[in-house]
Design a protein around this ligand. Structure first.
Ligand code: NAD
Ligand code: TYD
Length: 360
């Protein structure tokens, strides 16, 4: 039975990945989820799996070398899937240091503990041990609206403290691969959306605000482009890369779901009206009048777009969920999980929102 050490499994993508893996492998695998439970980590995301005998949660910080060393010494870990990170660009602009600590130092600790646990005296590694570092397409910088794409060979050019810290963490993984022949892969994925996404990110924020009749903040001219991927497709891609990818290689994940932010917002408004029952009172306030242009994000990247040619050719992965279908599934999930949204938007979220959007 393979044992997975998942970091950041209580966050958005990590929890979807854990659900995906149990759906796919059932009792054939064991998952240990290590998460510090920052504002973004939420054990409610995992309540359906919490009682499984092949699932363990450990509350720990990935920058805590002692805690991570202990996990490796007490368990025979076969796979590391490293999600844990500070992940929101706007927060990185306000408070960059924690991004460096978690994303760079935390990744260094994870790499070092895995290497110490897996390396044999002759410099080779115990059989079938693999580390997958989950990263972002934002490390490649910004594209013009000119039909070009990010490839694995695109030079790194991060702009925000978030993407700079992720780029640094990728470089550390590459250094471990080159220096120690460490058995790792990196995936650089485009913007994800789906269940359990924290409403600081565009899609859940717009869904929540529209349902409450609150303004929908659009940065700049609203024409920045992101390449949206349904989170289950990402989870599947991570598993396929880890099992079928060539060790030491980077794979871009995403593809061909490019949309301007303003298009995303209008699709969400139209889909909400399509899906809400005729007698639902919230229909009355859901309209384009809620759209409010606000000050642009500092250093706002114009366009991200992934060329998924390598992962398709080598591994056979391609995105399966088109945006129209994915956004319906996501909205349906939010309709069914109103309590979840209420819980995550109480307390600290209110303070964050006031400071970020100046009380609008
Ligand atoms: P998230 O912010 O929803 O979750 C991050 C998780 O990491 C939380 O559970 C948090 O508690 C945990 N965490 C934070 N600091 C920690 C620490 N010091 N020690 C242990 N745990 C800690 O993030 P997400 O959107 O699920 O992103 C997961 C990963 O995927 C990140 O590495 C991110 O860079 C990458 N990624 C995200 C996207 C996206 O669109 N969200 C796209 C591509 C790549
Ligand atoms: P976000 O979900 O924060 O992801 P990222 O910055 O990592 O791509 O933002 C997606 C896009 O939406 C980005 O261009 C910024 C924009 N945006 C808004 O226009 N308004 C908002 O309130 C938020 C959170 C984002």
């Amino acid at each position: 039975m393979r044992t997975y050490l998942v970091t950041g499994g209580a966050g958005f993508i990590g929890s979807n990945y854990i659900h995906y893996m149990f759906r796919k492998y059932g009792d054939e695998i064991r998952i240990i989820n290590v998460d510090a439970l920052t504002y973004a980590g939420n054990l409610e995301n995992l309540k359906e799996v919490a009682e499984r005998s092949n699932y363990t949660f450990i509350k720990a910080d990935i920058t805590d070398k002692e805690a991570i060393t202990k996990i490796f010494s007490e368990n025979e870990i076969d796979r590391v899937v490293h999600f844990a990170a500070e992940s929101h660009v706007d927060r990185s602009i306000k408070n960059p240091e924690v991004f460096v600590k978690t994303n760079v130092l935390g990744t260094a600790v994870m790499l070092n503990c895995a290497r110490e646990s897996w390396e044999l005296p002759d410099g080779s590694y115990k059989e079938d041990k693999k580390f997958l570092h989950v990263s972002t397409d934002e490390v490649y910088g910004s594209l013009e609206d000119d039909g070009t794409y990010f490839y694995e060979t695109t030079p790194y050019a991060p702009h925000s403290p978030y993407s700079a810290s992720k780029a640094s963490s990728d470089m550390l993984v590459k250094a471990y691969i080159d220096t120690y022949h460490f058995p790792a892969n990196i995936t650089n994925c485009s913007n994800n959306y789906g269940p359990y996404q924290f409403p600081e990110k565009l899609i859940p924020l717009i869904i929540n605000n529209a349902l409450l009749g609150k303004k929908l903040p659009v940065y700049g001219d609203g024409k920045n482009v992101r390449d949206w991927l349904y989170v289950d497709d990402h989870a599947k891609g991570i598993d396929m890369v880890q099992e079928m990818g060539r060790l030491g290689e980077t794979y871009n994940i995403g593809g061909h779901n490019e949309k301007q932010n303003i298009e995303i917002i209008t699709i969400i408004l139209d889909t909400l009206l399509e899906m809400l029952p005729e007698d639902d009172a919230r229909r009355a306030h859901i309209s384009r009048d809620l759209i409010t242009y606000v000050e642009d994000r500092k250093g706002h990247d114009r366009r991200y777009a992934i060329a998924p040619d390598k992962i398709k050719a080598e591994i056979g992965w391609e995105p399966e969920t088109m945006f129209k279908e994915g956004i319906k599934k996501t909205i349906a999930w939010f309709f069914e999980h109103e309590e979840w949204m209420k819980n995550v938007t109480s307390g600290d979220y209110q303070n964050y929102y006031k400071e970020m959007y100046h009380g609008k």
